[in-house]
Design a protein around this ligand. Sequence first.
Ligand code: UGA
Length: 423
Amino acid sequence: MIGCGYVGLTTAVCLASSGHQVVAVDNNLERIDMLSRGQCTILESELPELLEKCLKNENLKFAVSGTIEFDDIEYLFICLPTPQLDDGSADLSVVFEVLDSLVNLIPRDCVLVMKSTVPIGTGSKILSIYGEVVTSYVSNPEFLREGSAVADYFSPDRIVIGSNRRDCAVQVSLLYSKIQAPIIITDIESAEAIKYASNAFLAIKISFINEIASLCEVSGANIDNVVDGIGSDKRIGKSFLAPGPGWGGSCFPKDTNALVAATRQFGLKAEVVESAISANRSHQRRIIDRITAQFPLGLDGVLVGVLGLTFKAGTDDIRESPAVAIAEALRKLGAIVKAFDPALSAKADSVVWDDFRRSENVHDAVNGTSLIVVLTEWPEFGKIEPSEIVSTIGYPLVFDTRSILDRARWQEAGFTFLSVGHP
Ligand code: UGA
């Protein structure tokens, strides 16, 4: 396993816990040192326990890049970052640097398995460059969500395997033989496209429901009833229709931009995806506008309590977090932002505390504020007793962007209550 980030580490641990012998490699010495000692480097449910078990059973090892031999490996998994370049396209330089250094070290019959999200055509480019030594190549995109990656690994909706050699695809499918899920064997380009199209479709769904939520706010409809009504149509479904502060994270923004850039390179336009991206931005601006409308004298010097900064609950990831973007916009408008996030507030060294005042708990974050904004759906925020905090705050105004608070209870306690998708 080359790369021990979110995807590499989860895949390595899950493969090892299915009984395979796995060596996971990374060039980050500190990361490898921690993992070798059984310390999980990411916040991911169930992963620490599985990591410990695999290390104890000796079917998982960690090594620093350049320190292991590849002589008898059967599969080489590439789980490297493909970040966004300035033009939106995916930066494949790390992937190709690593392939340059490794392809001559692996056995001829070793299957190269691409887990990184790479643009359509990357597999065939790899085969055209390294075809003399890489004869078995498989695109095996991942569909793991941060926070539930282990559960997603063992209970996926499908496993996608793209290859121009059926025997290689079958060989890779054997790695997942303990998992009950349909296996889709296809060509490399289609597998690469499935990954981008899946993330883009989910992002489109969220942008769409947020747009409908805005319509509900001004027209008197209730988004919960609307989601129930449209989601009951099996062709639509209810998942990924939760309105919120917009989509973010390490994948949707990067992958939608890469899809737009790749489509442009083929001389076409990804108009629907482009609209979903710009609708996501407009949605966040609308949330800011609704907040500023509550403060006719402006936000300068207004104390704001932000609850949640991660891009969603269950993770400590703040990459492209809508919560951070909204909190940052409020700060730029002059507000003094205090924040509490269950996954971040204990980490005094997190970069978010350069911009926001760190609160140790909910009570500290809301104390003395004139506005509370809930930006991440951490379950504990739903347990806040509004009547217990109302006397400690400056002005009782709350904006629940995640529909996690009990509106009636907050209103009874005297709060003006704003939310996404409710009049
Ligand atoms: C996403 C995909 O869901 C995974 O299938 C994929 O493997 C992964 O990207 C990836 O490409 O690696 P993830 O980034 O962990 O997973 O996050 P999601 O759970 O998909 O949420 C993405 C964003 O959409 C978050 O900001 C979340 O709050 C938001 N969201 C999600 C909503 O606003 N409403 C919803 O109904 C669902």
